[in-house]
Design a protein around this ligand. Structure first.
Ligand SMILES: *[C@@H]1O[C@H](CO)[C@@H](O)[C@H](O)[C@H]1NC(C)=O
Ligand SMILES: *[C@@H]1O[C@H](CO)[C@@H](O)[C@H](O)[C@H]1NC(C)=O
Ligand SMILES: *[C@@H]1O[C@H](CO)[C@@H](O)[C@H](O)[C@H]1NC(C)=O
Length: 292
């Protein structure tokens, strides 16, 4: 993952099961988000029609939410770079800072016109990633806005597309795997050139005559515990308030069926099934994250 703006200070936070707040959705884009590098401003102060585009090879366009999230359920609608987007990566992710950072990633790998995007996902805990799963989508993500969501609670991380779960990463501390729960994270999005690896493993390069590459965003929404000045906006007893239910959310039977459907029909890479990469055996969390 490209390093986001390093001016954002890492916060190391003791584990406390904190309280909860239903954070407001982004009513005013500039109140809620920091924008790094030059980019297309939305016409109004809302996120609607906000777009992000790199003009040159070495530019990375980033925006990040000002608040630190410590567990949350976030939704963003994105409409990806249309036409020939080969070589570009649009990323939308949660990350903390520093060498032992945690990170939860959605990355959209562009392609030639008419060829499918790859949705690449990863989870880092304590600086360790290498937990990739990749998917094709069951629709054209450039034709319209679709909702991409991350649920991050103490028990699990669930990635969803239009409400359909595509991946679950369970808290696997019981088998000795660290879990993102000690550091607050921020929400970022970025658009950058990665034509050394993104499209068909780097075979297809970015066609700069197609620049600027524009991804559009709208309707950001977060239910999240917000961390500021050493304390959390959440209450100490999250289960007492039904609007906090995301903090204990898990997949029901229908969601599990949907997840299986996606993994069977659209998953194109799973590190937990890559025996060449792990000749000594799969990472321990793989045993807990199987869907079959
Ligand atoms: C639940 O939490 C929300 C947001 O913090 C608050 O507005 C609401 O009054 C709470 N409801 C109850 C029953 O405590
Ligand atoms: C966003 O774009 C749509 C379609 O071009 C337009 O109808 C709408 O008014 C725009 N919204 C804003 C806030 O500019
Ligand atoms: C791009 O299209 C090719 C050909 O269909 C496909 O093999 C590849 O997985 C697609 N996506 C990316 C990001 O390379």
């Amino acid at each position: 993952m490209m390093a986001p703006n390093s001016s954002i200070v890492a916060l190391m936070i003791p584990v406390l099961l904190i309280s909860f707040m239903r954070a407001a959705s982004a009513a005013n884009f500039y109140q809620d988000f920091d924008v790094t590098w030059e980019m297309a401003a939305p016409k109004s102060s809302t996120m609607e029609n906000f777009s992000l585009y790199p003009l040159t090879k070495h530019q990375v366009r980033v925006f990040s939410r000002r608040t630190n999230t410590f567990f949350g359920k976030i939704d963003m609608q994105l409409k990806l770079v249309p036409g020939n987007s080969a070589g570009t990566v649009t990323a939308y992710y949660l990350s903390s800072q520093g060498p032992t950072h945690d990170e939860i990633d959605f990355e959209f790998l562009g392609n030639l016109s008419g060829d499918p995007y790859i949705l690449h996902t990863n989870v880092f805990s304590q600086g360790k990633g290498n937990r990739e799963q990749q998917f094709y989508l069951w629709f054209d993500p450039t034709a319209d806005f679709h909702t991409y969501s991350i649920l991050w609670n103490p028990q699990r991380i669930i990635f969803s597309v239009d409400g359909t779960p595509i991946r679950e990463f369970k808290n696997s501390e019981s088998v000795g795997v660290s879990y993102p729960k000690n550091q607050a994270m921020r929400i970022y999005s970025s658009l950058w050139n990665a034509d050394d690896w993104a499209t068909r493993g780097g075979l297809v390069k970015t066609d700069w005559s197609q620049a600027p590459f524009t991804a559009a965003y709208r309707n950001f929404n977060a239910q999240a515990c917000v961390w500021s000045s050493g304390s959390s906006s959440c209450n100490s007893n999250p289960t007492s308030n039904s609007s906090n239910s995301w903090l204990n959310e898990e997949m029901d039977v229908t969601s599990q069926e949907r997840l299986k459907w996606v993994q069977k029909n659209y998953m194109i890479y799973n590190y937990c099934a890559d025996s060449k990469r792990f000749p000594q055996g799969y990472p321990p969390e793989c045993a807990l994250n199987t869907t079959s």
